[in-house]
Design a protein around this ligand. Structure first.
Ligand SMILES: Nc1ncnc2c1ncn2[C@@H]1O[C@H](COP(=O)(O)OP(=O)(O)OP(=O)(O)O)[C@@H](O)[C@H]1O
Ligand SMILES: [Mg+2]
Length: 433
C-alpha cells in the first residue's frame, strides 16, 4: 500500500504540480485551506502532511499546532515562499519535522518526503484504564474477542464503545478480514434495508446495478452495528431473522445469500428500557445481548481521568506539568462528553501551549468555570445547562413524587409517563419508594 500524503496549499497550480509529481509514488490528496485540511486529515489519515505557510485566513504556522494535535504521529513539513529563518525556527520548535522554501526542486521535495515518511510509528489506539471496572472490562474483551459471540456494548456518548468494537475485532482471528461499521442513526430509514442487505438491479427506481450490502461487505469479518437503538422497528424483525439464519435476501432478489459475520452492536440508550417502552423488540434485544459490555461514564471511574490525561498528553511528545491544582480541576470535572471530551481537552491544551510546555495555564476556561458553576448550582433545577439529562430526569421524578406526597400514579400522570415507566426509572435512579 502506498504511503499517503496530504497537501495543503491555496495555490491551485502548486497543488497540481505537487500532485502530478508525487502521485506515482504516493497516494496524494490536496486541499486549498487549513480548515479543509484538518477535516480531511481525519478520514484520509495521511502518513505525511505538506503544509503551506501562506494560506487564506489563518497561516500555516498558526495552524500547525492544530494539525499536530490532530495528527500527533504524522510528520508535518512546512512550505513557504517567504522563508525567514525566524519562521523556520518557529515551525520546527512547534513540531514540524522539516521546512522547505519555495521555489523548490521536485526532487528535493521527494527526498524530504521519503526521509520523513513512515519514520514515526503510528500508535494504534489502546484501551486505557486503571480503575477496577475498566480492568475487568479489558479482561472480558480479551476473553470474548476470539469467540464468535455477539457482543452488545453500551455506554454514554464518548465512553469508548467504538474503540471496544474495534478491539474485539483486532483481538479475534477475523482481524485480517473486514471490519465494517454501520451507523444505524445516520442511514435514512428508507435506505436502511438496501444498505444492510444490498439490492439487485431494478429492485426500485434508482437501483441501476446490483449493490452489495453491509452484511456481504463484512463477510468473514466483523459487522459493527453502531447506535443499534435507532434501528427502525420494522427492520428489527428482519435483522433478527438474518442473525438467526445467517442468510438474507437482497432487496428485489429471491436468492438468499449466506454470510459469516461476527456482530458487535453498540448503543448509548438503555435498551432494556427501550424494550419496556415498546421501541425495541425484546427478541432482538436478547439475540444481541449475548455478551453485554457496559462502559461506565468517566465520572463513575474518576481514577481513570489522570491516567487517560497522561496517555493523551504523552502522544504530543512535549514536556508538560500537571500540578496538584490542575489535577484537581481535571478530576473534579464531571466530563459529560466522557473520554472524547477529555481527549479534546488535552488536544486544546496542547494547541494553547503553542508547542511549548503544557501547564495549568492551558486548561480550557470552561473546564475551570464549569467546576465552580456546576458545584454552585448543583441542586438548582433551573440551571439545565449544567445538569446532564439523567440528573435532570431524576430531579423531575423526585419533584413530582414530592408534590404528590409519594403517590406514584399521580406523579406518573404529572410527568406524562405510565406508572410502569415511572417505577422502572425510580429503580434505575435508585429513588426510594
Ligand atoms: N479507555 C480508553 N482508552 C483510550 N482511549 C479511549 C478510551 N475510551 C475511549 N477512548 C477514545 O475516546 C474517543 C471516543 O471513543 P469512542 O468513539 O469509542 O466512543 P463512543 O462510545 O463510540 O462514543 P459515541 O456514543 O459518541 O459514538 C476515541 O478517540 C477513543 O479512542
Ligand atoms: Mg461511537
Amino acid at each position: 500500500m502506498l504511503h499517503k500524503v496530504l497537501i495543503i496549499d491555496d495555490e491551485k497550480n502548486m497543488r497540481w504540480i505537487l500532485e502530478e509529481a508525487l502521485k506515482n509514488e504516493f497516494e496524494v490528496k490536496s486541499v486549498e485551506n487549513g480548515e479543509l485540511g484538518l477535516e480531511i486529515s481525519q478520514s484520509f489519515q495521511p502518513d505525511l502532511i505538506l503544509l503551506d505557510d501562506q494560506l487564506p485566513r489563518k497561516n500555516g504556522l498558526e495552524l500547525l499546532p492544530a494539525f499536530l494535535a490532530q495528527n500527533p504521529d504524522v510528520p508535518i513539513i512546512m512550505m513557504t515562499a517567504y522563508a525567514t529563518v525566524e519562521n523556520a525556527v518557529k515551525a520546527i520548535k512547534i513540531g514540524a519535522v522539516d521546512y522547505l522554501t519555495k521555489p523548490f526542486h521536485l526532487n528535493q521535495i521527494k527526498e524530504v518526503i521519503k526521509r520523513n515518511i513512515g519514520t514515526q510509528v503510528k500508535q494504534q489506539p489502546v484501551i486505557i484504564g486503571e480503575s477496577k471496572i475498566m480492568k475487568e472490562i479489558i479482561q472480558q474483551i480479551r476473553l470474548v474477542a476470539p469467540t464468535d459471540s455477539t457482543v452488545l456494548v453500551s455506554g454514554e456518548s464518548g465512553t469508548g464503545k467504538e474503540l471496544v468494537a474495534k478491539e474485539l475485532h483486532q483481538k479475534s482471528n477475523r482481524k485480517d478480514q473486514p471490519f465494517v461499521t454501520v451507523n444505524c442513526a445516520a442511514i435514512p430509514e428508507n435506505l436502511m434495508e438496501s444498505e444492510l442487505f444490498g439490492h439487485v438491479k431494478g429492485a426500485f427506481t434508482g437501483a441501476v446495478s446490483n449493490k452489495k450490502g453491509f452484511f456481504q461487505l463484512a463477510n468473514g469479518g466483523t459487522l459493527f452495528l453502531d447506535e443499534i437503538g435507532e434501528m427502525p422497528y420494522y427492520l428489527q424483525a428482519k435483522l433478527l431473522r438474518v442473525l438467526q439464519e445467517k442468510s438474507f435476501y437482497p432487496v428485489g432478489s429471491d436468492t438468499p445469500i449466506s454470510v459469516d459475520v461476527r456482530i458487535v452492536a453498540a448503543t448509548n440508550r438503555d435498551l432494556h428500557e427501550e424494550v419496556e417502552l415498546g421501541n425495541f423488540r425484546m427478541d432482538l434485544f436478547y439475540r444481541l445481548n449475548v455478551f453485554p459490555i457496559h462502559l461506565p461514564p468517566l465520572r463513575k471511574r474518576k481514577e481513570d481521568i489522570l491516567t487517560l490525561a497522561h496517555h493523551f498528553l504523552d502522544r504530543y511528545k512535549r514536556p508538560y506539568q500537571l500540578d496538584e491544582e490542575t489535577k484537581t480541576l481535571l478530576t473534579s470535572y464531571e466530563w459529560p462528553g466522557n473520554i472524547r471530551e477529555l481527549q479534546n481537552c488535552m488536544e486544546r491544551m496542547f494547541i494553547l501551549s503553542q508547542g511549548g510546555e503544557i501547564t495549568k495555564e492551558h486548561v480550557p476556561p470552561e473546564i475551570k468555570n464549569k467546576i465552580t458553576h456546576s458545584h454552585a448550582s448543583f441542586n438548582k433545577p433551573a440551571d439545565e445547562a449544567s445538569l446532564n439529562l439523567e440528573e435532570h430526569e431524576r430531579e423531575l421524578i423526585e419533584n413530582a413524587l414530592m408534590k404528590t406526597k409519594g403517590n406514584q400514579s399521580q406523579a406518573a400522570k404529572l410527568l406524562g409517563i405510565t406508572r410502569y415507566t415511572l417505577l422502572y426509572r425510580m429503580k434505575k435512579y435508585q429513588i426510594l419508594k
